[in-house]
Design a protein around this ligand. Structure first.
Ligand code: SF4
Ligand code: SF4
Length: 444
C-alpha cells in the first residue's frame, strides 16, 4: 500500500483535519486502492475531451483525498470537477486495482450536498426535482400532463419556431425532453400478466418514475416479451422511483427513503427475480447496499434484494428464449449503456438476444462502450459537454451504416434519438426489448 494515493499524501506530513463532515464520507478503504497508475485516464470521456488531470478519474480521486485530509477546500473548484464527472464508471472497468469509483464520487457528491452552498437557482432546481418531484408519483403525473399538452397542442412547435429557446439558452435542453405518453403506466401498477404456455418463472417488473409517463410502450413490450417466454409478470403496487438520480446527485437521504419503500414492496412478494429494462435504475437497485451501513437490517434487506435484481436482458439471456421469433433482414448497431456495462458488467446478454432475432445483423460501432452523454441528468446540467459527447457517438453510429441503433436504457435511447435528429443520421433508435417484441410471432 506504500504507493497508494492515500499513503503518498499521508507520508508528506501529519494527518490533517478532514474537510468532510456529516454522513457519507468517502471511505479511506475505497480510495486507498488507487495506485495512481493512470490506466483509467484514456477511458474517461471528460479527460479525453479536455486533457486535464483534474477532470480524470485519478485527478478526481486525488482531489477527494486532499479534501479528506484538509489540504484542499471543499469549494468551487472541487465542486466543478466532481460535477463534471459523468459517473459513467468507465474508469472502474479499466482499473486493475478494483477502485469502486462510483461509490467514491457519489459520496463526494453527498458531501457537497451537505457542506457546500450552491447558487440560489441551482438549489431551487435541485430541491424541486430531487426532493419535491421524484419521490411523488402524483406530482410527476401532473407535470407530465402539462408537458403532454405543450408537446401535442402545437405549442412546442410554435415556441421552437420563435427562436426564444435559443435566446434563453434552452434550445439544447428542450430537445432532450422525453416525449410524454398519452396514457401513463401508473394505471398498470398492481396488475399481474400470466405466462404464455407453461410457467417458467414468476417475476416482478420495476416500473420506475419518469419511465411511467414516457416509456409505457417499452414497459408493455417488456411484459409481452417476458410473458411470451413463460414468465408470469407482476407489477407490484406501491413501488417508487429507484433513487438513482438523487443518489448520483448526492441527495442520499432521499435515495435512502426511496430504497426503503422499494425493499419493502419487492421483498414482500414471492418472485424469482425483479426485472428492470432501465440499466441506470438497475445499477442503483443492485447497489442499495451502498446506501446503508453494514450490519443494519436495511443493509441485509438490500443484500437479499441484490440477489433478485436483474436487468431484463440479463434475465432473459440466462433463462433462454423459448418464444418463436421471426424477422426481416435488418442491420443494427448496439450502444452499451454505461450503467449496464460498467455498473453491472453486462456486455454479452443484450448482444446474445439481438443475435437470436432471425435476419438481424449486428454491426459493432467503434467505442460502443463510451458514454453517449446522457448520464442521468447530466445532459440537463452539463448540456454542452453532453452534446459534445453525443456528436462523437453519432459519428461512430453513422459509420456503421446501420439504420437502427439499439440500447438497453431509456436515458441512452432518448439521447441517441436526439443525436440522430440533431446530426441528421436518419437512424431509428430502439430498446432491445422493443426489437424482441417486434420479432415475437404472435399466437392466434
Ligand atoms: S486505474 Fe485505478 S488505480 Fe490506476 S489511477 Fe485509475 S483509479 Fe487509480
Ligand atoms: S465516471 Fe466516467 S467521467 Fe467520471 S471519472 Fe470515471 S470515466 Fe471519467
Amino acid at each position: 500500500m506504500t504507493d497508494s494515493i492515500a499513503n503518498t499524501e499521508q507520508s508528506t506530513g501529519p494527518q490533517l483535519r478532514s474537510g468532510f463532515s456529516g454522513a457519507d464520507i468517502p471511505a479511506y478503504e475505497d480510495y486507498a486502492h488507487c495506485v495512481h497508475c493512470g490506466l483509467c485516464l484514456n477511458n474517461c470521456p471528460t479527460y479525453k475531451l479536455w486533457g486535464l488531470e483534474a477532470d480524470s478519474p485519478r485527478g478526481r480521486i486525488r482531489q477527494i483525498v486532499l479534501v479528506d485530509q484538509g489540504r484542499l477546500p471543499l469549494g468551487d473548484s472541487f465542486v466543478k470537477h466532481i460535477d463534471q464527472c459523468l459517473d459513467c464508471r468507465a474508469c472502474e472497468s479499466a482499473c486493475p486495482s478494483g477502485v469502486e469509483y462510483g461509490k467514491l464520487v457519489e459520496a463526494a457528491r453527498a458531501q457537497i450536498e451537505q457542506n457546500y452552498k450552491r447558487p440560489f437557482f441551482s438549489r431551487l432546481a435541485r430541491n424541486f426535482v430531487f426532493r419535491g418531484l421524484l419521490p411523488y408519483p402524483g406530482r410527476i403525473a401532473v407535470l407530465a400532463r402539462i408537458l403532454y399538452i405543450y408537446q401535442c397542442s402545437g405549442l412546442q412547435a410554435l415556441v421552437r419556431a420563435t427562436g426564444i429557446l435559443r435566446l434563453v439558452g434552452m434550445a439544447g435542453k428542450e430537445k432532450l425532453l422525453p416525449p410524454i405518453d398519452r396514457e401513463f403506466f401508473f394505471s398498470k401498477l398492481g396488475k399481474t400478466y400470466p405466462a404464455v404456455g407453461p410457467r417458467r418463472a414468476r417475476v416482478a417488473l420495476f416500473a420506475g418514475c419518469v419511465a411511467q409517463v414516457s416509456f409505457s410502450a417499452l414497459h408493455e413490450a417488456t411484459i409481452r416479451v417476458l410473458t411470451a417466454n413463460g414468465c408470469e409478470v407482476v407489477v407490484p403496487a406501491g413501488q417508487t422511483c429507484c433513487g438513482a438520480l438523487p443518489s448520483h446527485a448526492g441527495v442520499r437521504d432521499v435515495a435512502r427513503s426511496l430504497a426503503r419503500v422499494n425493499l419493502e414492496v419487492f421483498l414482500g412478494g414471492e418472485f424469482d427475480a425483479v426485472i428492470t429494462n432501465a440499466a441506470g435504475c438497475g445499477s442503483t437497485l443492485k447497489e442499495y447496499e451502498h446506501l446503508f451501513a453494514a450490519g443494519t437490517p436495511e443493509h441485509e434487506k438490500a443484500h437479499a434484494f441484490r440477489k433478485k435484481m436483474r436487468d431484463a436482458t440479463e434475465f432473459l439471456a440466462d433463462l433462454g428464449i423459448s418464444s418463436q421469433l421471426s424477422g426481416k433482414p435488418m442491420r443494427v448497431t448496439y450502444q452499451d449503456s454505461c450503467h449496464l456495462l460498467h455498473g453491472q458488467k453486462i456486455r454479452e446478454a443484450p448482444r446474445k438476444l439481438l443475435r437470436a432475432i432471425p435476419g438481424l445483423e449486428l454491426v459493432e460501432m467503434a467505442m460502443a462502450d463510451y458514454c453517449c452523454g446522457s448520464a442521468g441528468s447530466y445532459n440537463v446540467t452539463e448540456t454542452e459537454t453532453s452534446l459534445a459527447l453525443l456528436a462523437e457517438k453519432m459519428k461512430h453510429a453513422r459509420a456503421t451504416n446501420a439504420p437502427v441503433i439499439v440500447t438497453a436504457n431509456p436515458g441512452c435511447l432518448l439521447q441517441m434519438r436526439a443525436g440522430a435528429q440533431i446530426h441528421g443520421t436518419g437512424q431509428e433508435v430502439f430498446h432491445v426489448m422493443e426489437l424482441l417484441d417486434h420479432a415475437l410471432v404472435k399466437q392466434a
